[in-house]
Design a binder for this molecule. Structure first.
Ligand code: AMP
Length: 444
């Protein structure tokens, strides 16, 4: 099937051809005709499926078909994204696909000066890509009017809810005209997403391009059991011995990302960290250097990495498993994108048995364990509670190190003992008692 059959205009087909796309991806095939008809959609599409073009192309066409009269252009399409990086990428896609159309788009997010954004909005914008916080800053400064929005896109809506944006989203919805087209994209379907969809969407067409909560089949996944204190050594060994040139590595905390990046540098591996405490400039630079191959290992936290589109990223490493199993799916979605094969490696220590169990339950299958010779886990090492946060919370950690940090999400994580290492649910009694006592003592 080719793009010509979807009902797109010649200008858009030209832009698509210039990108080198020969045929639409499944989400594009399903979403484009429906969006062109003006219907609402609820799309369960992960990043990497081509969803951005799936909503951008028909959105551009609809706006172009109904260009308003003379005068300043009002914002007619609003695309909300959870992170600055995703906003920037979606903005780039809008520019790329709309290059042969006389439509104006801009991107606004926090962490950068607001004045240039105000000036751009004053000049008139058809399509606005924004993160919720900065959007509301503009609204409160009366530098943005949303009363002419015809199409609303919520991109990676599940992540927006995870990041606590639901109140901001509701405030934004209240500023939009009642009559509009709504396009909701989410990689996973939680009850919160269903609730949001119920209030937001009008007789939506459901689009599902991958099985629910299932990562792309193109990603090979493996678990390397290893001791907590030897993960960094093993990572350096794997990067070096297998000559990995471009690796995205996930840590649970910002502090952990910084520390790992510094340690890798000491090992002679060019590395950078990307997380929410870094300035927008530093994040953008790190990402550029990584994309250009100047930085070999990019260490990221879940939120910072969300939505990164790095073409043909071959390796993703879970240096630490995420606290929430769905994040594993998001993380490994960075690789195996748009038809390329990818490899997702998880370095898992004795503390993470329960997190691994959660992931395998979500995936509905066991992941293969491969012990790397020379890095066999020491069976005498006991599981410890997992520290959830760096920064202020980490400082409050009791001296004996046994208190569990209270993260946003609940649920203990002290996993299997070394004896039942990473086996599902099998903790020896002594370990169970110890873990229970810790959980009872800690705030979590
Ligand atoms: P997305 O899921 O929107 O983040 O897109 C993932 C990647 O797929 C991006 O790098 C796009 O440039 C690429 N892409 C989008 N549509 C197609 C297509 N029809 N054929 C090949 N690649 C595509």
């Amino acid at each position: 099937m080719s793009f010509d059959t979807l009902g797109l205009s010649a200008e858009l087909l030209r832009a698509v051809a210039e990108q080198g796309y020969s045929e639409p991806t499944p989400v594009q095939r399903q979403a484009i005709p429906v969006i062109l008809q003006g219907r609402d959609i609820l799309a369960g599409a992960q990043t990497g499926t081509g969803k951005t073009a799936g909503f951008t192309l028909p959105l551009l066409q609809r706006l172009n078909d109904a260009t308003p009269g003379k005068g300043r252009r009002p914002v007619r399409a609003l695309i909300l994204t959870p992170t600055r990086e995703l906003a920037a990428q979606v903005g780039e896609s809008v520019g790329t696909y709309g290059r042969h159309l006389p439509l104006v788009s801009t991107v606004i997010f926090g962490g950068v000066k607001i004045n240039p954004q105000i000036q751009q909005l004053r000049r008139g914008v058809d399509i606005l890509v924004a993160t919720p916080g900065r959007l509301l800053d503009h609204v409160s400064q009366k530098t943005l009017d949303l009363s002419s929005v015809e199409i609303l896109v919520l991109d990676e809506a599940d992540r927006m809810l995870d990041m606590g944006f639901i109140r901001d989203i509701r405030r934004i919805l209240a500023l939009l005209p009642q009559r509009r087209q709504n396009l909701l994209f989410s990689a996973t379907y939680s009850n919160d997403i269903r609730q949001l969809a119920d209030t937001l969407l009008d007789a939506p067409v459901l689009i599902e391009v991958a099985r629910r909560n299932t990562p792309t089949e193109l990603v090979s996944q493996v678990i390397h059991p290893v001791d907590r204190e030897r993960k960094r050594e093993l990572l350096s060994f794997m990067v070096g011995s297998q000559n990995w040139r471009q690796v995205l590595v996930f840590t649970r905390t910002k502090h952990g990302a910084n520390r790992l990046s510094q340690q890798l540098e000491k090992d002679g591996i060019c590395s950078a960290a990307i997380h929410g405490n870094k300035s927008q400039g530093a994040r953008t630079r790190a990402l550029q250097h990584f994309k250009r191959g100047e930085v070999r290992v990019l260490v990221a936290t879940d939120i910072a990495a969300r939505g990164l589109d790095i073409d043909q990223l071959p390796h993703v490493v879970n240096y630490e498993l995420p606290n929430v199993a769905e994040d594993y799916v998001h993380r490994i979605g960075r690789t195996g994108r748009a038809g390329n094969e990818g490899q997702a490696v998880s370095l898992v220590c004795v503390d993470e048995g329960r997190l691994l169990g959660d992931i395998e339950r979500l995936l509905k299958r066991d992941l293969p364990r491969v012990v790397i010779p020379g890095y066999e886990p020491d069976p005498s090492i006991r599981a410890e509670p997992i520290q959830r946060r760096s920064g202020a919370g980490a400082k409050a950690r009791p001296r004996n190190g046994s208190g569990q940090q209270q993260g946003k999400r609940s649920g203990g994580s002290a996993g299997a003992s070394a004896g039942s290492r990473l086996s599902k649910g099998g903790r020896p009694e002594a370990q169970k008692k110890r873990g229970n006592r810790r959980r009872a003592a800690g705030p979590g």
